[in-house]
Write a protein that binds this ligand. Structure first.
Ligand code: HEC
Length: 330
Protein backbone atom coordinates (compact mmCIF):
# COMPACT_ATOMS: atom_id res chain seq x y z
CA UNK A 1 0.00 0.00 0.00
CA UNK A 2 2.82 2.34 0.92
CA UNK A 3 4.38 1.68 -2.38
CA UNK A 4 1.27 3.02 -4.07
CA UNK A 5 1.65 6.34 -2.35
CA UNK A 6 2.92 8.79 -4.82
CA UNK A 7 6.66 8.94 -4.53
CA UNK A 8 6.47 12.71 -4.90
CA UNK A 9 4.26 12.98 -1.83
CA UNK A 10 6.76 11.13 0.30
CA UNK A 11 9.66 13.12 -1.01
CA UNK A 12 8.01 16.48 -0.61
CA UNK A 13 6.69 16.14 2.94
CA UNK A 14 9.35 16.55 5.56
CA UNK A 15 10.54 13.30 7.05
CA UNK A 16 9.11 14.35 10.43
CA UNK A 17 5.53 14.24 9.25
CA UNK A 18 5.67 11.72 6.47
CA UNK A 19 5.27 8.70 8.74
CA UNK A 20 2.15 9.97 10.49
CA UNK A 21 0.72 11.12 7.22
CA UNK A 22 1.35 7.83 5.57
CA UNK A 23 -0.28 5.90 8.40
CA UNK A 24 -3.24 8.27 8.40
CA UNK A 25 -3.55 7.67 4.72
CA UNK A 26 -3.31 3.96 5.31
CA UNK A 27 -6.11 4.02 7.89
CA UNK A 28 -8.48 6.00 5.69
CA UNK A 29 -10.79 3.82 3.73
CA UNK A 30 -11.90 6.35 1.15
CA UNK A 31 -9.78 8.14 -1.39
CA UNK A 32 -7.68 10.71 0.35
CA UNK A 33 -6.57 13.86 -1.29
CA UNK A 34 -3.50 15.43 0.16
CA UNK A 35 -1.71 18.52 -0.83
CA UNK A 36 1.61 19.74 0.47
CA UNK A 37 -0.23 22.10 2.80
CA UNK A 38 -2.12 19.34 4.56
CA UNK A 39 0.56 19.19 7.26
CA UNK A 40 0.35 22.93 7.96
CA UNK A 41 -1.68 22.50 11.14
CA UNK A 42 0.73 20.14 12.84
CA UNK A 43 3.65 22.15 11.51
CA UNK A 44 2.13 25.21 13.16
CA UNK A 45 1.70 23.35 16.42
CA UNK A 46 5.21 22.07 16.50
CA UNK A 47 6.56 25.50 15.59
CA UNK A 48 4.67 26.81 18.59
CA UNK A 49 6.36 24.28 20.85
CA UNK A 50 9.88 24.55 19.49
CA UNK A 51 12.78 26.00 21.44
CA UNK A 52 13.52 28.25 18.55
CA UNK A 53 10.12 29.94 18.81
CA UNK A 54 10.55 30.22 22.56
CA UNK A 55 13.95 31.88 22.20
CA UNK A 56 12.61 34.14 19.44
CA UNK A 57 9.63 35.26 21.51
CA UNK A 58 11.83 35.94 24.54
CA UNK A 59 14.21 37.93 22.39
CA UNK A 60 11.35 40.01 20.97
CA UNK A 61 9.94 40.75 24.44
CA UNK A 62 13.30 41.66 25.93
CA UNK A 63 14.09 43.70 22.82
CA UNK A 64 10.83 45.65 23.04
CA UNK A 65 11.44 46.44 26.71
CA UNK A 66 14.99 47.59 25.99
CA UNK A 67 13.82 49.71 23.06
CA UNK A 68 10.99 51.24 25.12
CA UNK A 69 13.36 52.05 27.98
CA UNK A 70 15.81 53.56 25.53
CA UNK A 71 13.12 55.84 24.10
CA UNK A 72 11.02 56.75 27.12
CA UNK A 73 12.98 55.88 30.26
CA UNK A 74 11.79 53.16 32.57
CA UNK A 75 8.59 51.17 32.04
CA UNK A 76 5.35 52.85 33.20
CA UNK A 77 4.77 50.09 35.80
CA UNK A 78 8.05 50.93 37.51
CA UNK A 79 7.82 54.14 39.52
CA UNK A 80 10.64 56.68 39.14
CA UNK A 81 11.94 58.89 41.90
CA UNK A 82 13.67 62.09 40.87
CA UNK A 83 15.98 63.90 43.24
CA UNK A 84 15.93 66.81 40.82
CA UNK A 85 13.20 68.54 38.91
CA UNK A 86 12.78 67.58 35.25
CA UNK A 87 13.56 71.15 34.20
CA UNK A 88 17.05 70.65 35.63
CA UNK A 89 17.78 68.50 32.63
CA UNK A 90 17.35 71.45 30.34
CA UNK A 91 14.56 72.78 28.20
CA UNK A 92 13.79 70.49 25.28
CA UNK A 93 14.92 72.21 22.07
CA UNK A 94 12.43 72.89 19.30
CA UNK A 95 12.78 70.89 16.10
CA UNK A 96 14.18 73.02 13.30
CA UNK A 97 13.79 72.43 9.56
CA UNK A 98 17.48 71.95 8.75
CA UNK A 99 18.10 71.97 5.04
CA UNK A 100 20.06 68.73 5.34
CA UNK A 101 17.32 66.95 7.25
CA UNK A 102 15.51 64.20 5.40
CA UNK A 103 16.40 61.23 3.25
CA UNK A 104 17.15 63.09 0.07
CA UNK A 105 18.80 66.27 1.37
CA UNK A 106 22.45 67.20 1.38
CA UNK A 107 24.23 69.89 3.38
CA UNK A 108 23.88 73.52 2.38
CA UNK A 109 27.54 74.04 1.49
CA UNK A 110 27.31 77.83 1.35
CA UNK A 111 26.13 77.60 4.95
CA UNK A 112 29.05 75.33 5.87
CA UNK A 113 31.41 77.97 4.45
CA UNK A 114 29.79 80.76 6.46
CA UNK A 115 29.72 78.49 9.48
CA UNK A 116 33.44 77.87 9.20
CA UNK A 117 33.95 81.63 9.25
CA UNK A 118 31.89 81.90 12.44
CA UNK A 119 33.83 79.03 14.01
CA UNK A 120 37.18 80.58 13.05
CA UNK A 121 36.31 84.12 14.15
CA UNK A 122 34.30 83.32 17.27
CA UNK A 123 34.37 79.78 18.64
CA UNK A 124 38.02 78.96 17.82
CA UNK A 125 39.10 81.37 20.57
CA UNK A 126 38.04 78.77 23.11
CA UNK A 127 37.07 75.54 21.31
CA UNK A 128 39.37 73.13 19.47
CA UNK A 129 38.28 71.16 16.40
CA UNK A 130 40.80 68.34 16.64
CA UNK A 131 39.42 65.96 14.07
CA UNK A 132 39.23 68.35 11.14
CA UNK A 133 42.28 68.94 8.93
CA UNK A 134 42.61 71.77 6.42
CA UNK A 135 42.36 69.24 3.60
CA UNK A 136 38.88 68.27 4.79
CA UNK A 137 37.59 71.71 3.80
CA UNK A 138 38.73 71.23 0.20
CA UNK A 139 35.77 70.68 -2.08
CA UNK A 140 33.35 71.08 0.82
CA UNK A 141 33.47 74.75 1.70
CA UNK A 142 36.72 76.04 0.20
CA UNK A 143 38.94 75.45 -2.81
CA UNK A 144 42.35 73.80 -2.39
CA UNK A 145 44.09 77.16 -2.84
CA UNK A 146 41.89 78.88 -0.25
CA UNK A 147 42.43 76.08 2.28
CA UNK A 148 46.19 76.09 1.68
CA UNK A 149 46.34 79.85 2.12
CA UNK A 150 44.41 79.62 5.40
CA UNK A 151 46.68 76.83 6.64
CA UNK A 152 49.81 78.79 5.78
CA UNK A 153 48.71 81.66 7.99
CA UNK A 154 49.25 79.43 11.00
CA UNK A 155 52.62 78.28 12.36
CA UNK A 156 52.98 74.63 13.29
CA UNK A 157 55.77 73.01 15.25
CA UNK A 158 57.66 70.37 13.30
CA UNK A 159 60.91 68.54 13.57
CA UNK A 160 63.33 67.52 14.74
CA UNK A 161 65.65 68.89 12.04
CA UNK A 162 69.21 67.68 11.31
CA UNK A 163 70.44 69.26 14.56
CA UNK A 164 67.66 67.67 16.63
CA UNK A 165 65.89 70.98 17.06
CA UNK A 166 62.12 71.46 16.76
CA UNK A 167 61.20 74.29 14.44
CA UNK A 168 58.15 76.24 13.33
CA UNK A 169 56.83 76.11 9.79
CA UNK A 170 53.73 77.37 8.00
CA UNK A 171 50.75 74.99 7.99
CA UNK A 172 50.03 72.50 5.24
CA UNK A 173 46.79 71.00 3.96
CA UNK A 174 47.51 67.85 5.95
CA UNK A 175 47.74 69.72 9.27
CA UNK A 176 44.84 69.63 11.70
CA UNK A 177 43.01 72.71 12.98
CA UNK A 178 45.07 74.37 15.68
CA UNK A 179 43.75 74.22 19.25
CA UNK A 180 43.39 77.46 21.23
CA UNK A 181 44.94 75.98 24.38
CA UNK A 182 47.96 73.69 24.73
CA UNK A 183 46.19 71.40 27.24
CA UNK A 184 43.05 70.90 29.32
CA UNK A 185 44.45 72.68 32.37
CA UNK A 186 45.19 75.80 30.34
CA UNK A 187 41.69 75.64 28.82
CA UNK A 188 40.09 75.40 32.26
CA UNK A 189 42.30 78.14 33.66
CA UNK A 190 41.22 80.43 30.81
CA UNK A 191 37.52 79.76 31.38
CA UNK A 192 37.00 80.01 35.13
CA UNK A 193 37.34 76.25 35.59
CA UNK A 194 34.93 75.21 32.81
CA UNK A 195 36.34 73.14 29.95
CA UNK A 196 35.24 74.21 26.45
CA UNK A 197 34.70 70.81 24.79
CA UNK A 198 36.21 69.91 21.44
CA UNK A 199 33.59 70.70 18.81
CA UNK A 200 34.49 68.05 16.18
CA UNK A 201 31.78 65.62 17.28
CA UNK A 202 29.68 67.87 19.51
CA UNK A 203 26.59 67.59 17.27
CA UNK A 204 26.62 63.83 17.77
CA UNK A 205 27.59 64.07 21.42
CA UNK A 206 24.52 65.94 22.66
CA UNK A 207 20.87 64.98 22.89
CA UNK A 208 18.92 67.07 20.41
CA UNK A 209 22.02 67.33 18.17
CA UNK A 210 21.87 70.36 15.84
CA UNK A 211 18.58 71.58 17.35
CA UNK A 212 20.18 71.63 20.80
CA UNK A 213 23.35 73.50 19.77
CA UNK A 214 21.29 76.07 17.86
CA UNK A 215 18.94 76.53 20.84
CA UNK A 216 21.92 76.81 23.19
CA UNK A 217 23.63 79.51 21.12
CA UNK A 218 20.45 81.56 20.71
CA UNK A 219 18.80 80.77 24.05
CA UNK A 220 20.67 82.99 26.54
CA UNK A 221 18.23 84.91 28.76
CA UNK A 222 18.29 86.56 32.17
CA UNK A 223 17.74 84.06 34.98
CA UNK A 224 14.06 83.91 35.92
CA UNK A 225 12.96 85.25 39.30
CA UNK A 226 14.13 83.04 42.13
CA UNK A 227 17.00 81.43 40.20
CA UNK A 228 20.43 82.26 41.57
CA UNK A 229 23.41 81.95 39.25
CA UNK A 230 26.94 81.84 40.57
CA UNK A 231 29.30 84.68 39.68
CA UNK A 232 30.88 84.03 36.28
CA UNK A 233 28.13 81.63 35.19
CA UNK A 234 25.42 82.39 32.67
CA UNK A 235 21.80 81.35 32.50
CA UNK A 236 20.67 79.23 29.57
CA UNK A 237 17.46 77.20 29.94
CA UNK A 238 18.58 74.67 27.31
CA UNK A 239 21.74 73.72 29.21
CA UNK A 240 21.15 70.96 31.76
CA UNK A 241 21.11 72.67 35.15
CA UNK A 242 20.61 76.10 33.60
CA UNK A 243 24.00 77.55 34.56
CA UNK A 244 26.65 77.38 31.83
CA UNK A 245 30.27 78.50 31.89
CA UNK A 246 30.10 79.84 28.34
CA UNK A 247 28.62 83.31 27.99
CA UNK A 248 26.50 84.38 25.03
CA UNK A 249 28.97 84.71 22.15
CA UNK A 250 26.82 85.53 19.12
CA UNK A 251 25.48 89.04 18.62
CA UNK A 252 23.97 90.59 15.49
CA UNK A 253 26.62 91.79 13.05
CA UNK A 254 29.53 90.08 14.81
CA UNK A 255 31.05 88.73 11.59
CA UNK A 256 30.94 90.03 8.04
CA UNK A 257 30.04 87.34 5.52
CA UNK A 258 31.79 87.32 2.11
CA UNK A 259 28.53 86.50 0.35
CA UNK A 260 26.67 89.43 1.86
CA UNK A 261 24.30 87.35 4.02
CA UNK A 262 23.14 89.54 6.93
CA UNK A 263 24.93 88.22 10.02
CA UNK A 264 22.09 88.06 12.52
CA UNK A 265 22.51 86.01 15.69
CA UNK A 266 20.25 83.24 14.43
CA UNK A 267 21.86 83.24 10.97
CA UNK A 268 25.33 82.79 12.49
CA UNK A 269 24.04 80.13 14.87
CA UNK A 270 22.41 78.26 11.99
CA UNK A 271 25.57 78.48 9.88
CA UNK A 272 27.97 77.42 12.62
CA UNK A 273 25.71 74.51 13.58
CA UNK A 274 25.54 73.39 9.94
CA UNK A 275 29.34 73.58 9.88
CA UNK A 276 29.63 71.58 13.10
CA UNK A 277 27.11 69.07 11.80
CA UNK A 278 29.31 68.61 8.74
CA UNK A 279 32.39 68.28 10.98
CA UNK A 280 30.67 65.52 12.95
CA UNK A 281 29.37 63.76 9.83
CA UNK A 282 31.65 64.56 6.89
CA UNK A 283 30.35 61.45 5.12
CA UNK A 284 26.75 62.71 5.35
CA UNK A 285 26.12 63.66 1.69
CA UNK A 286 27.91 60.61 0.33
CA UNK A 287 26.11 58.35 2.80
CA UNK A 288 22.67 59.49 1.65
CA UNK A 289 23.65 59.22 -2.02
CA UNK A 290 24.95 55.68 -1.56
CA UNK A 291 21.90 54.88 0.58
CA UNK A 292 19.49 55.84 -2.20
CA UNK A 293 21.51 53.79 -4.72
CA UNK A 294 21.53 50.82 -2.35
CA UNK A 295 17.77 51.01 -1.80
CA UNK A 296 17.10 51.13 -5.55
CA UNK A 297 19.55 48.30 -6.26
CA UNK A 298 18.53 46.00 -3.44
CA UNK A 299 14.80 46.50 -3.90
CA UNK A 300 15.09 45.60 -7.60
CA UNK A 301 17.21 42.57 -6.71
CA UNK A 302 14.64 41.63 -4.08
CA UNK A 303 11.79 41.90 -6.57
CA UNK A 304 13.78 39.82 -9.04
CA UNK A 305 14.53 37.13 -6.48
CA UNK A 306 10.88 37.07 -5.42
CA UNK A 307 9.86 36.56 -9.02
CA UNK A 308 12.48 33.85 -9.60
CA UNK A 309 11.49 32.05 -6.43
CA UNK A 310 7.83 32.00 -7.38
CA UNK A 311 8.67 31.00 -10.92
CA UNK A 312 10.75 28.03 -9.75
CA UNK A 313 8.33 26.91 -7.07
CA UNK A 314 5.10 27.27 -9.04
CA UNK A 315 4.91 23.64 -10.23
CA UNK A 316 5.67 22.35 -6.74
CA UNK A 317 3.29 24.69 -4.91
CA UNK A 318 0.44 24.12 -7.35
CA UNK A 319 0.50 20.38 -7.71
CA UNK A 320 -2.21 18.23 -6.24
CA UNK A 321 -1.26 14.85 -4.76
CA UNK A 322 -3.92 12.25 -4.26
CA UNK A 323 -3.97 8.67 -3.21
CA UNK A 324 -5.74 6.30 -5.49
CA UNK A 325 -6.24 2.95 -3.72
CA UNK A 326 -5.97 -0.10 -5.90
CA UNK A 327 -9.43 -1.00 -7.14
CA UNK A 328 -11.09 -4.20 -6.03
CA UNK A 329 -9.02 -4.94 -2.89
CA UNK A 330 -11.77 -3.91 -0.39
C1 HEC B 1 35.07 82.61 25.63
C2 HEC B 1 35.22 81.23 25.34
C3 HEC B 1 34.16 80.56 24.47
C4 HEC B 1 33.75 80.90 23.21
C5 HEC B 1 34.21 82.07 22.35
C6 HEC B 1 32.80 79.89 22.82
N1 HEC B 1 32.64 78.98 23.82
FE1 HEC B 1 31.46 77.35 23.77
N2 HEC B 1 32.01 76.87 25.66
C7 HEC B 1 32.91 77.57 26.43
C8 HEC B 1 33.00 76.94 27.72
C9 HEC B 1 33.90 77.41 28.86
C10 HEC B 1 32.14 75.84 27.71
C11 HEC B 1 31.86 74.84 28.84
C12 HEC B 1 30.62 75.31 29.56
C13 HEC B 1 30.26 74.48 30.76
O1 HEC B 1 30.56 73.27 30.78
O2 HEC B 1 29.65 75.05 31.69
C14 HEC B 1 31.53 75.82 26.39
C15 HEC B 1 30.62 74.86 25.98
C16 HEC B 1 30.12 74.79 24.71
C17 HEC B 1 29.27 73.73 24.23
C18 HEC B 1 28.84 72.50 25.01
C19 HEC B 1 27.57 72.69 25.76
C20 HEC B 1 27.17 71.41 26.43
O3 HEC B 1 26.03 70.95 26.23
O4 HEC B 1 27.99 70.82 27.15
C21 HEC B 1 28.99 74.00 22.94
C22 HEC B 1 28.12 73.17 21.99
C23 HEC B 1 29.64 75.23 22.60
N3 HEC B 1 30.32 75.68 23.69
C24 HEC B 1 29.59 75.81 21.36
C25 HEC B 1 30.21 76.99 21.04
C26 HEC B 1 30.12 77.60 19.74
C27 HEC B 1 29.38 77.02 18.55
C28 HEC B 1 30.83 78.73 19.80
C29 HEC B 1 31.03 79.76 18.70
C30 HEC B 1 29.86 80.33 18.13
C31 HEC B 1 31.37 78.84 21.14
N4 HEC B 1 30.98 77.76 21.86
C32 HEC B 1 32.18 79.87 21.60
C33 HEC B 1 33.60 78.68 26.05
C34 HEC B 1 33.46 79.35 24.85
Amino acid sequence: MFSRLSARALKSSSSLFSASRASAAARGSSVRFASTSSSSYSAFQSALNSNFTLAGASLVSVGSIVWYTHLYGSLPVIGEVHASHLSDEGLHPAEYPWSHKGWMNSFDHASIRRGYQVYREVCAACHSLDRIAWRNLVGVSHTADESRAMAEEIEYQDGPDDNGEMFMRPGKLSDYMPAPYPNEEAARAGNAGALPPDLSLIVKARHGAADYIFSLLTGYIDPPAGVEIREGMNYNPFFPGGAIGMARVLFDGLVEYDDGTPATTSQMAKDVVTFLNWAAEPEHDERKKVGIKAIILFSSLFALSLYTKRFKWTPIKNRKIFYDPPAGKH
